[in-house]
Design a protein around this ligand. Sequence first.
Ligand code: NDP
Ligand code: 2IT
Length: 444
Amino acid sequence: MSYVDEVIELVVKQNPAEPEFHQAVKEVLESLRAVVDANEEQFRKEAVLERLVNPERQFKFRVPWVDDKGNVQVNTGYRVQFNSAIGPYKGGLRLHPSVNLGIIKFLGFEQIFKNSLTGLPIGGGKGGSDFDPKGKSDREIMAFCQSFMTELCKYIGADTDVPAGDIGTGAREIGYMFGQYKRIRGVYEGVLTGKGLSYGGSLARTEATGYGLLYLTEEMLKCNGKDINGATVCVSGSGNVAIYATQKAQQLGAKVVTVSDSTGWIYDPEGIDVALLKEVKEVKRARLTEYAAARPSAQYHEGRGVWSIKCDVALPCATQNELSLDDAKALVANGCIAVAEGANMPTTLDATEYLQKNGVLFAPGKAANAGGVATSALEMSQNSERLSWTFEEVDSKLKNIMVNIFHNLDDAAKRYNSEGNYVVGANIAGFEKVVDAMLAQGVC
Ligand code: NDP
Ligand code: 2IT
């Protein structure tokens, strides 16, 4: 059996009931075959793949908090410190009822390669909790965040592990967590990114993931003789990534006709009204039915359905496995030319394969959504030098990073005879730097 197949089998055996982690490992290792085969003897001897798929450390902890009725609620918190070969652990905190160890491990594993692709010195980590922020009062959110940080603060620090936002964790939650960290540890440092601008946050971090997604998509289209200007775009999700992806797509001359949330989706043939979407989602924290009620051209549908709408470019920006094989077939049948993942692992393995086989340009999340963490690393730099850069400075660095990422994965794919396969390109380009650092640092 090949080394890659052996390690995939080992991961499934040693980590039962973690299907998302298996899926992420499988996608990465399958596409590293050419590199692994070329170095098999050394990699086996040094147990490179076994080390790569085993987190350096993982924490699971109790998070008790008091709700508005005076009852004690208990959630579970996680932080997985996956790989520190190229820098301090870096990655977001997800607050969603679906969170479990397997989900955090899949996200942490992806983060290793994503962070490497940014070209910045950040290792891979991820955390979160099964806490559901929906329907909670501000006081309940604060109570949860303070309790969560009371435990998490023992394991993180500006030079060791720097968490940030993800699903369910935005500026409000980062603020409460930062306050509690400072109070317990007694240090004012850049221990979290995505902070408010009044206490060490970076301009353009809020926009960065969505804007970065469009910068990479624009470059990928351009290098394949196509244009984002004039394209019809379907976006899923209506959170941080989806909102700023929609905004940048419109600035680049595209028309975005859909957004979604966990209960339904909007088809707006006139183009999504971003100001209204922000008001509904960022200010009121309401459902998309409110968007439809305020916008005559919008149709609201219950359930899923974004990918049934005819588009040139599809940008899944909600959550994992939200674009299935049937969705991929519908996109291809409707003439879609490109899919770029704003979310982490939103496309199932069979859907990815179908899209690629049918000539759809496919940019995997670890490359396409790397703009968020890259700008987090820029926030860390600004915190270290105790200065803040202008919006234009950060945005232009972000754009350069995304254009470079695209060319790095394009080159890596070409080097390994997989021209145009950006999944292979992203995994190989991300892996090379991490493995080089791991080997240089000896057995650790
Ligand atoms: P938000 O919490 O701001 O928004 C998430 C959006 O996705 C909401 O519209 C939400 O709907 C929807 N959603 C979440 N879970 C589900 C689900 N199980 N089924 C259907 N819809 C769902 O999160 P972000 O925008 O920050 O994150 C979106 C994706 O992008 C995630 O995969 C995240 O890991 C990834 N990402 C985020 C980065 C960042 O900087 N924030 C950076 C890189 C990647 P509802 O409100 O109804 O729950
Ligand atoms: O998935 C991701 O890259 C994020 N949620 C952002 C992580 C970060 O540290 O900014």
